[in-house]
Design a protein around this ligand. Structure first.
Ligand code: GLN
Length: 488
């Protein structure tokens, strides 16, 4: 008996669609039904069967016409940070409840051009601020490996949808780890490309100098397919998108990794790293040695500083970006209000959640006169040093490997009385984000309570192909990426 549709990866599904073994409409219906059957996970914020089926039928027509676009008929879903004209776009915030964008984000448009069919919009932390998805204004998302645990954040809905086989792949965004960390916590694969590879047009902004889009799927091969479709310059719409032609990231997948120098940063293996995570990471590194890679000890001496630096820069940029939500142009407007100033005040008090408000206040503070030099400017200087540390390390290695997070996914509500605990858990993803480097997470084992553990791979600028190659070779030799939570 052949595997059910939802167990197929993007590559295999695309092949069956192309050869008409299965239609895009049938495929879309299958996945929509799965989404409904597992609605209690909280992964979706919006679905629209009519829209999805219309897209699927259009894909079937393209297939019938001989179109060879790479993702024709493949269902995907988007983190609700990407604006879409056919679905509401909320960024997980009440501020944008019911908001309809007049256009599609570039990433959404490019994936649609490649033939992907949109199943809906996925839950996330409000304005992508968080590490547990508990900051969503709508519903917490549950980790399918243990529904009493968080899925990670902020792209928690994306990670859960892929892990629970509600969709073969999803988009995510990563500002300080939001693709890599939920991928790690849910046992899937995700890649954040070099800053600027993917257009930020239509990605609701959190911290513009850090925000980057990327795919989340079950394997490196599937991520490579999606990444190839969603990257590319967008000079008219995002001036920070890199002027590099779109690449075929599947090209390097099968290359040999014998002799690959894997840098292991000693700062990623300190006292804060949980034993179960350490054991899984050590085993993965051994596996790489068996595949012919060489481990090299390296140092990223400013790793700890990445936390204060990021939590100054990101809120600073957020406070500026979120000033556009004033009740005039977008989304929520307070019903009862006095003059204009009162309208702004009430709208923002009602529309934003606590974490977002906290960050707006921190950001405004560090940018204010008298504190700008002491905090913001200082943080920018250390940011540069962190980026330099990576360049120093890349003299001795090709790829850097270590944990994604210090622990496995924690329990829902576990950090409720200690919000800083969430910030500290970002320690291993923030340095690469501040440097703008590509990074990914691949499942490499299970820790306490059977929860997945991800290995982080960080590459030098524009080396996504090399990262995906290293990940793919690991996945050819192991089956962690094929395991799925019980009952799914
Ligand atoms: N956890 C980090 C934050 O809360 C990263 C979020 C992200 O990458 N979007 O800011």
């Amino acid at each position: 008996m052949s595997a059910p549709l939802h167990d197929l990866g993007v590559a295999e599904l695309a092949r069956r669609l192309k050869t008409k073994e299965v239609s895009a409409e049938e495929t879309a219906k299958h996945f929509l039904a799965r989404g409904q059957a597992h609605a209690s996970l909280g992964a979706y914020l919006a679905t629209d069967e009519a829209v999805t089926l219309a897209q699927a039928r259009a894909a079937d027509a393209r297939i019938a016409g001989g179109d060879t676009a790479p993702l024709l008929g493949v269902p995907i879903a988007h983190k609700d940070v990407f604006v879409t004209k056919d679905f509401p776009s909320t960024a997980g915030s009440k501020m944008l409840e019911g908001y309809r964008s007049p256009f599609d984000a570039t990433v959404v448009r490019k994936l649609a051009e490649a033939g992907a069919v949109t199943l809906g919009k996925l839950n996330c932390d409000e304005f992508a601020m968080g590490s547990s998805n508990e900051n969503s204004a709508y519903a917490p998302v549950k980790n399918p490996w243990d529904t009493s645990r968080i899925p990670g954040g902020s792209s928690g809905g994306s990670a859960v949808a892929v892990a629970a086989r509600l969709v073969p792949a999803a988009t995510g965004t990563d500002t300080g780890g939001s693709i890599r960390q939920p991928a790690s916590f849910c046992g899937i694969t995700g890649i954040k490309p070099t800053y600027g590879r993917a257009s930020r047009y239509g990605m609701i902004a959190y911290a513009s100098s850090l925000d980057q889009a990327g795919p989340m799927a079950r394997s490196a091969q599937d991520c490579a397919l999606l990444l190839s479709a969603l990257c590319g310059p967008d000079p008219d719409r995002d001036s920070t998108s890199l002027d590099l032609p779109a690449e075929d990231f599947t090209r390097e997948l099968d290359g040999p990794i014998a002799g690959l120098r894997i840098g292991v940063p000693k700062e990623f293996f300190g006292a804060g790293l949980a034993d179960d995570v350490r054991a899984a990471i050590d085993a993965a590194l051994k596996q790489y040695q068996q595949l012919g890679a060489r481990l090299v000890e390296i140092s990223l001496p400013r790793t700890e500083l990445a936390i204060p630096v990021y939590y100054i820069i990101a809120p600073a940029e957020a406070s500026s970006n979120l000033s556009r939500f004033d009740g005039v142009k977008f989304g929520h407007r307070a019903k009862q209000h006095g003059d204009l100033l009162d309208m702004y005040r009430k709208t923002r008090a009602e529309g934003f959640g606590d974490e977002v408000k906290a960050r707006i206040m921190i950001g405004t503070y560090v940018l204010s006169h008298g504190y700008y030099d002491a905090y913001y400017l200082q943080a920018q200087k250390i940011r540069r040093m962190i980026a330099d540390d990576f360049q120093n390390a890349f003299k001795d290695c090709d790829v850097i490997a270590g944990p994604v997070a210090p622990t496995v996914a924690w329990k829902l509500g576990e950090h409720a009385s200690d919000p800083v605990a969430d910030y500290l858990a970002d320690i291993f993803t923030l340095p690469g984000s501040l440097a703008g480097l590509p990074g990914m997470s691949i499942p490499v084992g299970f820790g306490a309570a059977g929860m997945p553990v991800g290995l982080q791979l960080i590459g030098n600028y524009f080396k996504e192909g090399q990262l995906l190659n290293a990940a793919h070779r690991f996945q050819q030799a192991t089956d962690f990426h094929l395991r799925k939570p019980e009952g799914f």
